[in-house]
Design a protein. Structure first.
Lengths: 662, 572
């Protein structure tokens, strides 16, 4: 049904009758099913008399049935369509697309799209971006005459609506009234401000040009018209103000990504992390084992970031692989992740050095690829725009625009930046027509709202996956529970403002101590020290303060196994702690580290001889490639020599007794 | 994390643990308060840990400490805001105490609930329900006096401890007074903390007192607190101890410090079966069965052989299960538990709470040490390698044999000599688990060795010579773990132990904690074979001692000791 082609004068004529009906009668009228010429009275419950009285139904002369008057069949269809199609109540790209498909033939849709023609779902997406933005309305409000507009958007065989300045003016007045009211308005309420004659034209015109959308009020089931809700919201929204510092209720500061990477690397040093053949991800058991060792973020932050421990492990693995600290090795039992020498060096470095190396990597990151992490969390491609805007620089500029001191609410920051410092929006303002690609997502001719949303999301993702996990920003919980942040000195360095701070702990006021019972107690939060100590101590507590770690033999030996030594461990503790390390702890750490040693395991072939004489013959045949283990047993050191050896032995009259292994 | 008050000493964590920063300005103030409602878990050098449990809160409630006071204390002294759920849970725990009361009515016992739904819930509880008698009203049940203890046990496990206000039987009268001069002629009076413990237990003779546990470190005078309680109650008393040596020590102490005379004090043991106004018995004799595990307990009727007004349980953390069972039926008698630690290795702390009573006093070791009431102990672990000749035998031995090989490391005796030289003239105990090892060492050093097989006469003689200073060094087996009173030991050398038992470590350390006349300094050495299972066990003991706040030093003696029996094995 073409809504815009409906005879709206008939609709307006029936409107007073519809309003006189009770709610139950209206609902029954819309819900009744079956042949309109033979409807059971029962379906209308108690509303049948009202419907008969107002002329929506007629009685059958020969039965108890009722029927819809033939001239009202289309009217009823329209009303039922409005009831089902709640495009104003649930506005989305999908509901828009559905609305468009039901009421606008393809050739009409094509007339509505500005600029280059596009097809299929791309056309609907482009049209949605075009008409769901506030620019569609505001541009219309700026028209001084309708001719040109209609010429662009009507088929030649269609009759124009806005042929006179009066019609255009009334249409603009209607739109302004709807903006002023801030939501859908009952059509009956428009019969006062507008003459019915004009309304008969304004409603179909508004619908035809996707300026207006119809619907029924949910409770009363009275017909309404309204602007696209997103566009209306933006038309009414005040201009965003620069973000102001806020007092936060809780804070958290840690470079937890570095700590997570450390934990994964330590785990990989203890035993290779096996990978699933299907998708090269960690087995769940290994992943969970590592997850249990991770520091826990405060609940409010975890919720804000939606950063579950499993994702943290995944992220840490991705960075470790990218930085070549672990590498995928193929063994007899499948693929596994194993630390590299570079990884061992990184692990042995101080927290400051490790973080700096990580930041350096992020700063240099270029384009994101599978398993790779670049500076920006997403690559936004804008085909056809030359030169493309420098998004990295724009993101940095956005964050660096904040004053150095204080916390800022992310929402207000993002709102302001996405309107006032949005390079994508600037392109549009310059009149460029373009599409965006974000990974597998494509946005055709995105409107201002979409561009603001994309930019705001990019800033959010950058904060969530780069600044906060890397200790480049402190997180805070604002008075309204929203996420706030404050850039740290390290954050400014990451964003390209100034050199790397010489001491990462300059912001930390952490007070921590090692107790003689090997527990490391944090009396105040010290995330960098946490990252430092996490390399050689077992995590006990999940909070920010308290007995967070216990130095155990297993943890120390794992750290030594991954490249640290006792001196490095003790030096880390000396630097981090505010009290001297108890002597028994010092002695034990040295002792545990001393106990560590490495053994090599390799496959070998044992040759068992019946007597010493045969063993001597085997030894003479094998030379240096065979080693005598005891008087009758030898080991073949070089597997490649096996065939040759057996051949030589056969010549000497020593024959091989076949076993399963050989 | 706003409202951060760095100078405050507490961090209250979501898992109900409380960390206390010892160096904080208000530490002393909060320590005394915390003790009232939280269990001290450990007290290492810088930060002490306490834990709030239902039992600790019920102990506080029993001591009439208000919930508000607990909450205010936490809020006032916390560095960070106290987690809301902790405050709620404390309120919840506390609200459960006293909702059920055991009272006396018409010569019988009744259980009174504060509201009918709770009474209903308890009546349907799997363990508590069957122990209740007739329901007298919506919220009152009759209780069989014989089931008083079992019901209390069941209610604690159900999470609704009953406040026992049913009172006690008076017991036979006995005139007891504390002396002002001991039998040896030295001035004697209760120390302040002992007096407080007595007062707290006695509670003016009212039903709120009369049963409970006094926690004092070894050497702090638990026996004296018990005598103070006896002097307040003036009634016949049954004392249960861990062994005959401890029993005799009790008897000597009572004679030395109270007005009681020898004929009023009886020993009930394998040797004697005297039942007198004050009778001292051992747990062993009480749990002795005629034959096998199913046999009848022959001596449990001692509890009924006299009208005891007070039963004292020495080392209550070792109370054996059969005595628990009997204690359940002795709830009408006053009960005093004495211990250095409420931690039971079998985890039955809640039974101690239900059957003996709530904690009445608790003074940490460190506090008494700082006040000079017990000696300052220096703990030192000395590590010696296994001789090369034993390393392969050790490597291939089964776990039990490994422990023994490590314990009997022949490099240890020269080290014992070295320590004895270092502390020449000071009374020294050498403590070990393996009798053969002790005997060899005894022969080598020419010192007596006391084991479980040593006759009582020989033991008494050795103790007497040791105390008088005529004997400077004594080797003892596991008998040293329990209640042997050796007041002048200043040095203990532990040459082997039982798999890192914390209880054993506490008892052994207790041997040297009594105050010293010269410098009040005690030394506690543990000899450990390096890179063996013994080092793992030693780590557990090390952790325990560090948790208790003792300074712990490790000396690694590689290569400079020659094993006994080696060619150049002369001790250095």
């Amino acid at each position: 049904m073409k809504l815009y082609a409906f005879p709206w004068e008939r609709f307006l004529a029936r409107l007073p009758h519809w309003e006189r009906l009770g709610r139950q009668a209206r609902r029954a009228y819309l819900q009744a099913s079956g042949d309109p010429a033979n409807l059971s009275r029962v379906q209308f419950e108690g509303g049948v008399e009202e419907l008969l009285e107002e002329g929506f139904l007629l009685p059958h002369m020969e039965s108890q049935l009722v029927r819809v008057p033939p001239r009202q069949i289309r009217y009823r269809k329209l009303m039922r369509t409005l009831a089902k199609q709640d495009v104003l109540g649930r506005p989305s790209a999908n509901s828009f697309s559905d609305y468009l498909n039901r009421h606008f033939p393809a050739e009409i849709q094509a007339t509505l799209i500005d600029a280059h023609p596009v097809r299929g779902h791309q056309a609907r997406e482009a049209l949605f971006q075009q008409v769901a933005g506030e620019e569609w309305i505001s541009a219309f409000l700026e028209l001084t005459q309708g001719d040109d507009f209609e010429r662009r958007h009507l088929n030649p065989d269609e009759r124009p609506f806005l042929i006179t300045p009066k019609n255009l003016g009334e249409m603009q007045r209607l739109l302004k009234l709807l903006i002023e009211r801030g939501g859908p308005v009952r059509i009956s309420a428009l019969t006062g401000p507008f003459e019915v004659l004009h309304l008969q034209m304004l409603i179909p015109a508004g619908l035809r040009y996707l300026l207006l959308y119809p619907g029924l009020e949910e409770d009363s089931l009275l017909p309404v018209v309204g602007l696209w809700p997103g566009a209306l919201r933006r038309l009414r929204a005040p201009a965003p103000q620069p973000p102001q510092p806020v007092e936060v209720e809780a804070k958290h500061f840690s470079a937890f990504l570095m700590e997570d990477m450390t934990k994964v690397l330590v785990a990989a040093s203890q035993a290779p992390l096996r990978l699933k053949a299907s998708d090269s991800s960690l087995y769940q058991r290994d992943s969970r084992r590592i997850e249990e060792t991770l520091s826990r973020l405060p609940q409010w932050l975890e919720t804000s970031l939606s950063f579950p421990a499993s994702k943290r492990v995944e992220e840490a693995v991705a960075y470790l692989r990218q930085m070549e600290y672990i590498t995928k090795e193929r063994g007899s039992d499948g693929e596994s992740l194993q630390p590299t020498d570079k990884g061992a060096e990184w692990l042995a470095a101080s927290a400051q050095e490790r973080l700096q190396e990580l930041l350096q990597q992020v700063r240099q990151g270029t384009r994101r690829r599978y398993h790779k992490r670049s500076f920006l969390p997403w690559d936004i491609e804008i085909p056809g725009v030359k030169p493309p805007p420098d998004l990295k620089e724009a993101v940095c500029a956005s964050f660096l625009s904040l004053p150095e001191e204080g916390f800022f609410g992310f929402q207000s920051f993002a709102r302001y930046q996405s309107v006032n410092a949005n390079p994508l929006l600037d392109l549009r303002r310059r009149g460029e027509t373009f599409s965006l690609s974000l990974g597998w997502k494509r946005f055709y001719r995105p409107n201002a709202e979409k561009l603001e949303q994309v930019w705001s999301n990019l800033l959010a993702e950058f904060l969530h996956t780069r600044l906060l996990p890397l200790g480049c920003a402190q997180a805070g919980r604002g008075p309204d529970g929203g996420l706030c942040f404050a850039l740290s000195a390290m954050g400014r360095y990451l964003l390209g403002q100034g050199p790397a701070p010489s001491d990462l702990r300059q912001d930390e006021q952490g007070c921590l101590m090692v107790q003689p019972d090997f527990e490391v107690v944090f009396l105040s939060p010290a995330p960098l020290a946490e990252a430092e100590i996490g390399r050689f101590a077992q995590r006990l507590g999940k909070g920010e303060v308290g007995a967070l770690f216990k130095i155990t033999r297993e943890a120390v030996q794992a750290a030594v196994g991954s490249g640290m030594d006792a001196r490095a461990i003790l030096s880390s503790l000396d630097q981090a702690c505010t009290t001297p390390i108890p002597s028994n702890v010092r002695t034990e750490i040295e002792g545990w580290a001393y106990q560590c040693s490495r053994v090599k395991a390799r496959r070998t072939l044992l040759i068992e001889c019946p007597d010493g004489d045969t063993a001597a013959r085997v030894l003479s045949a094998g030379g240096k490639k065979v080693e005598l283990l005891n008087s009758t047993t030898l080991a073949l050191l070089d597997p490649a020599f096996r065939r040759t050896l057996f051949k030589r032995l056969r010549k000497k009259g020593v024959f091989l007794e076949e076993t399963k292994d050989t | 994390m706003n409202q951060y008050v760095p100078e405050n000493p507490l961090i209250v964590q979501g898992d109900h643990t409380i960390l206390v920063e010892v160096a904080a300005p208000r530490y002393a103030e909060v320590r005394d308060r915390l003790q009232a409602f939280a269990e001290l878990v450990k007290s290492p050098e810088h930060v002490h840990s306490y834990r709030i449990t239902p039992l600790s809160i019920w102990n506080a409630c029993a001591a009439e400490i208000s919930t508000q006071w607990i909450l205010d204390t936490l809020r006032e002294f916390a560095k960070y805001p106290v987690p809301d759920h902790v405050l709620h849970e404390i309120t919840d725990f506390a609200s459960r105490y006293g909702r059920l009361r055991l009272e006396r009515a018409d010569g019988g016992l009744i259980l009174v609930a504060d509201e009918a739904p709770l009474a209903e819930e308890i009546s349907r509880h799997r363990a508590a329900g069957p122990l209740l008698g007739e329901r007298l009203s919506d919220s009152i049940f009759q209780v069989d006096p014989a089931l008083r203890g079992r019901l209390k046990q069941a209610l604690v496990k159900a999470g609704f401890p009953a406040q026992d206000l049913a009172g006690y039987v008076r017991g036979d009268d006995l005139e007891v007074a504390l002396r002002t001069l001991t039998g040896g002629g030295r001035p004697f009076s209760l120390r302040d903390y002992q007096r407080r413990a007595v007062r707290s237990f006695y509670a003016r003779g009212e039903a709120e007192g009369g049963s409970g546990v006094v926690v004092l470190p070894c050497g702090a005078g638990k026996t004296i607190v018990a005598m103070g309680v006896m002097a307040e109650l003036q009634c016949s008393t049954l004392i249960l101890t861990t062994g005959i040596t401890a029993s005799r020590q009790w008897m000597r102490e009572i004679l030395d410090k109270t007005s009681l005379e020898e004929h009023q004090i009886g020993e009930y043991s394998g040797h004697n079966k005297e039942v007198r106004p004050v009778t001292v018995a051992t747990y062993n004799i009480m749990t002795y069965r005629r034959s096998g595990e199913d046999g009848e307990f022959l001596h449990l009727d001692l509890f009924d052989r006299r009208n005891w007004g007070l039963i004292i349980y020495d080392e209550v953390h070792l109370l054996p299960a059969p005595v628990f069972q009997v204690t359940a039926s002795l709830q009408a008698r006053r009960r005093l538990g004495l211990t250095a630690t409420l931690v039971r290795e079998d985890g039955r702390e809640d039974d101690v709470f239900a059957l003996i009573g709530p904690k009445k006093a608790d003074v940490p070791w460190r506090e008494l040490e700082s006040q000079g009431w017990i000696a300052t102990a220096r703990c030192c672990e000395m590590r010696v390698p296994l001789p090369a000749s034993q390393r392969m035998s050790y490597a291939t031995a089964d776990p039990r044999a490994k422990a023994r090989l490590a314990a009997e490391n022949p490099c240890k005796p020269p080290l014992v000599r070295r320590i004895l030289d270092r502390h020449r003239g000071q009374p020294t105990l050498i403590i070990g688990t393996y009798v053969d090892q002790l005997k060899r060492l005894g022969d080598e050093l020419d010192i007596p060795v006391l084991t479980g097989a040593t006759s009582q006469e020989v033991r008494e003689d050795c103790y007497s010579r040791f105390k008088s200073g005529r004997l400077k060094t004594l080797a003892v087996s596991k008998i040293a773990n329990f209640s042997v009173d050796l007041p002048d030991a200043a040095v203990a050398i532990q040459i082997s132990g039982t798999f890192g038992s914390r209880q054993e470590e506490a008892q052994r350390l207790g041997r040297v904690l009594r105050p010293k006349e010269d410098g009040n300094q005690a030394h506690f050495y543990s000899l450990v074979s390096r890179d063996t299972v013994e080092q793992d066990f030693a780590l557990k003991r090390q952790l325990f001692l560090c948790e208790q706040g003792y300074k712990y030093r490790i000396e690694d003696l590689s290569g400079d000791l020659q094993p006994v029996g080696a060619a150049e094995g002369a001790p250095q």
